[in-house]
Write a protein that binds this ligand. Structure first.
Ligand SMILES: Nc1ncnc2c1ncn2[C@@H]1O[C@H](COP(=O)(O)OP(=O)(O)OP(=O)(O)O)[C@@H](O)[C@H]1O
Length: 235
């Protein structure tokens, strides 16, 4: 379980970005970290991952925690397969990249195995970065905007990989601005505003209604958008 207790952080010039923020992500839970630009989502994720020190407060982090940063963490001169080989070795795993059922295969990266990572498209680099985090088999996964730059097919593959991870008991904390992806993956949402964390708001929908409306209402703070009707049946 990942837990932040009363975490505060300020930067010179930006002032106080996080004020006494507390949150908990349980095994088998996907929690969305929402908030407008510059509200401190990346800062919170980096503190949760241990990459950044809070000014005060406490972070309880399981040893097997992986972070997928906003800018894909890859070595551009190496092929996708060689990047993954490094991650497998660093995690002490013996499998070779692109073995059947591997995260990279499930994320549709097989046709790009021999391409230089730096020459892959932005969306493919993001998928590679997510595969690299998953191949170390973490218990907790932190993702900064995992759906940014992905097309519909890419979103579906990343969603399936993350949903499988949660189903298998993993804990996910991810930031996103994309209502549909949040509604599809997250069980609850927390929102950063003015340095304070609001929520958690559980994401639920009455039978037949879509959760996207509830997510939109939380993102826009507009209760009139709370629910959307189900899709019209197509002819
Ligand atoms: N290393 C740093 N030094 C100084 N200020 C910083 C630093 N990192 C972030 N900030 C400032 O802290 C604030 C929060 O930034 P952060 O990147 O955490 O926000 P965010 O919610 O992830 O934003 P976005 O949605 O735009 O990616 C911003 O005003 C940013 O300029």
């Amino acid at each position: 379980m990942l837990e932040l207790r009363s975490v505060s952080k300020s930067y010179p010039g930006a002032g106080q970005v996080l004020r006494e923020v507390s949150l908990r992500v349980e095994p088998g839970q996907a929690l969305c970290l929402a908030g407008g630009n510059a509200e401190g989502k990346t800062t919170l994720l980096e503190i949760a991952a241990g990459l950044r020190r809070p000014d005060s407060g406490e972070v309880l982090r399981p040893t097997e925690t992986a972070l997928v940063p906003q800018r894909p963490a890859i070595l551009g001169e190496l092929t996708a397969a060689d990047n993954l080989a490094l991650w497998y070795a660093a995690a002490g795993r013996r499998e070779r990249p692109f073995s059947p059922g591997s995260p990279e295969e499930k994320l549709g990266l097989s046709p790009f195995a021999r391409r230089r990572a730096g020459r892959l498209s932005g969306g493919m680099q993001r998928r590679l970065s997510i595969a690299a985090a998953l191949c170390s088999r973490p218990g907790t996964l932190l993702l900064d905007e995992p759906f940014a730059a992905l097309d519909a097919g890419g979103c579906a593959l990343v969603h399936a990989a993350l949903a499988d991870f949660v189903q298998a008991g993993g804990a996910v904390l991810f930031s996103s601005h994309e209502p549909q992806q949040i509604a599809a993956l997250a069980g609850a949402l927390v929102r950063l505003r003015g340095g304070t964390l609001e929520g958690p708001f559980p994401l639920t929908a009455p039978p037949g209604a879509k959760r996207t409306g509830q997510v939109l209402a939380l993102l826009l703070n507009d209760p009139s958008k709370a629910w959307e009707p189900p899709d019209e049946p197509s002819i």
